[in-house]
Structures are given as C-alpha cells and as structure tokens.
Design a protein around this ligand. Structure first.
Ligand code: FE
Ligand code: MN
Length: 331
C-alpha cells in the first residue's frame, strides 16, 4: 500500500508494517531521548555574566543562533502537525511524526531554558526572525515554498499535487532541518570546542543528533514517494529541486557571514560557507540528485560530535545517555 494516496490505508492499523525504516527511525528517536534541563547551564551563566570570557562578536553570534533556532523549531513543528501528518496516513510513518513532533517540543523547550537561565530578553530573541534580514529570508524561503500545502483544500492527488507535497518535504526536511540549521550548529559547536558556552553547545549537539534523524526520515519519505510515483520525478522537477537547494545554500552562506563576519578563533567565515556546500552535496545525494559543489568537509570534527555516545564523568555531570545499545549512523 503506497505511503500517500491510498484509500486502503487504515491509519489505526499499524500491524503488519509496510515501511520498516519508519519504525526504525521511531526506535532510534526513543533511544536518543533527552531534555534540556539535564544539561547544566551554570558555567554558561558565569561566562555570560563575565565581561572577560566572551567577545561582543561571540555574544552577538550566540544571540543570533538562539534567535534563528527559537522560531525555526516552531515553524518545523507546525509543518509536521498541520501539513505532513494530514497527508501521510501510513500508521508507522505517523508514529514517527508524533515522535518528531515531541522532539520539536523539546527543542522549543531548550530555547525557553536558555532564555530563562541567561536572563535574555524574549522579545529580542523571538523577534529576530522579523528584525534580522538574513534570518527572515531563510524563514520566508521555506514558508513561501510550503504555504500551499497548508491550504485546507489541498490534497495530494495528481502529479502536480504530489510534486507540491514533495516541495514541502524538501523545504522543511532537506532545506530547513538539513541546511539552514547547519551553519548555526557548526558555530555553536566551534564555540564549545573553545570551552565557551558548553551547556548550550551540548544542547545543540543533542538537537543536531535529533535533526539528523528528522532529515533521514524526511529523505526516506521523499525517496519512497519517488519510487511509488515515478512520474513526478521529471528532469524539470529534479532541476527545480537542485535550484531550490542551491538558493538555500546561498541564503545560509549569507547568514553565516552576517552572524560571524570575522570568524571564530581559528575559523574564518568562508569555512562556514564551505561547510554549507559540503553538507548540501550530502543532502542532494541522499535524495538521488547529483552533487553540485564537490567540497571537502572543512570541519571533520562536526561528524565526530554527532557521536554523542560519550562517556560522561559521573561525578561532574548527570548522565544524559539513555541509549540502550542500538547502533546509529549519522549524516
Ligand atoms: Fe528541531
Ligand atoms: Mn527537527
């Protein structure tokens, strides 16, 4: 039974399952469970209050990333619940979507926790998607691309509507979660590597681990729709998706340069741009499209830091590792 447009699918009958990958992503999500309060913010609060530790540029970069992510997480959650869930009636995929929706709530909670502990002005943070052009442009790009799927009259029947639905999936899973999140991840993890704002850095690591699963689910969903509806995958549609992804790369590079104009200790702003190109190629390949950039990964430590199966020092921090032995691979 196909994953969309099957009148035979009973959303309440999960067994027997058709799409075992969806089930596996659900289990991997459960194995990664975490909450922001498990990460201590004590050292971050001290560093944030101290006039010596962080430069003005680093403070600005942290605020920008909190500003971007705080609203991007709710935009993503809304898209799952209000658009994707409506049209994907397959029960094991819906089980995953419910899990992902919960994870987006955890991510939203992370930014509440950061605002509270650091004493940030919520109006400043939550208005950045309107006040900072390079944040606003990223959000508008995804929202414009996906608006028609939110129309109550939208359905996925017919070639053009299936393509429109795939545009929505590309917009949120591949571009928002797979490209627009990654310059920010790299910046916050680069700071953490310098022992700056390590609590927020660790929260970003957990978010990145979740997002790599969201991305994997989204790509599996796109690839399944392609296999089941091969007529949508015309050359023109492939070209359009490649073009959307290259435009999103340009927006993310602009964001990286605006958020971090002079780089961070040992990293110049151009390397963030190269990193965005490197990950964009990975995303293209994951949905069966050719690479565009051919970049090497300028930050090999980024893929290491997604391996969060870390041995925590029991006496210093709480153990936040819930994994029960399942082995995971990361994008
Ligand atoms: Fe998220
Ligand atoms: Mn997500």
């Amino acid at each position: 039974m196909p994953i969309i447009n099957s009148s035979k699918t009973d959303p309440n009958k999960i067994l027997p399952m058709t799409y075992l990958w969806a089930r596996q992503h659900y289990k991997d999500g459960i194995a990664n469970n975490w909450t922001p309060e498990e990460v201590s913010m004590q050292k971050d609060v001290e560093q944030w209050k101290s006039p010596q530790v962080l430069s003005d540029e680093e403070r600005r970069l942290i605020l920008w990333n909190l500003g971007f992510f705080s609203t991007a997480e709710s935009l993503t959650a809304n898209n799952i619940v209000l658009a994707v869930y409506n049209h994907v009636t397959n029960p094991e995929s819906r089980q995953y979507l419910l899990r992902q929706a919960f994870e987006e709530a955890v991510h939203t909670d992370t930014f509440i926790y950061c605002c509270d502990t650091l004493g940030l002005d919520p109006d400043e943070i939550y208005n950045m998607y309107q006040t900072i052009p390079s944040i606003r442009e990223k959000d508008e790009f995804v929202v414009d691309l996906t608006r028609s799927v939110l129309d109550p009259g939208f359905n996925t029947e017919g070639l053009e509507n299936v393509q429109q639905f795939v545009r929505d999936l590309v917009g949120f899973y591949v571009i928002m979660e797979g490209i627009f999140f990654y310059a920010g991840f790299a910046m916050m993890l680069a700071l953490k590597r310098q022992n700056k704002m390590v609590g927020i850095g660790e929260q970003f690591e957990y978010i990145m681990r979740d997002e790599s699963l969201h991305l994997a689910f989204g790509c599996d969903l796109i690839n399944t729709i392609k296999v089941e509806n091969p007529e949508i995958w015309t050359q023109a549609f492939q070209d359009e998706i490649v073009e959307l992804i290259t435009r999103s790369v340009a927006l993310e590079q602009r964001y990286a340069h605006d958020a971090c104009p002079n780089g961070l200790l040992g990293i110049n702003a151009d390397q963030f741009s190269e990193y965005v190109e490197y990950i964009a190629d990975r995303r293209l390949e994951r949905i069966g499209l050719p690479r565009v950039y051919g970049r090497q990964n300028p930050f090999p430590w980024m893929s290491q830091s997604t391996d969060l199966a870390k041995e925590k020092n029991f006496f210093e921090t709480r153990v936040t590792e819930y994994r029960t032995g399942a082995s995971l691979t990361w994008d």
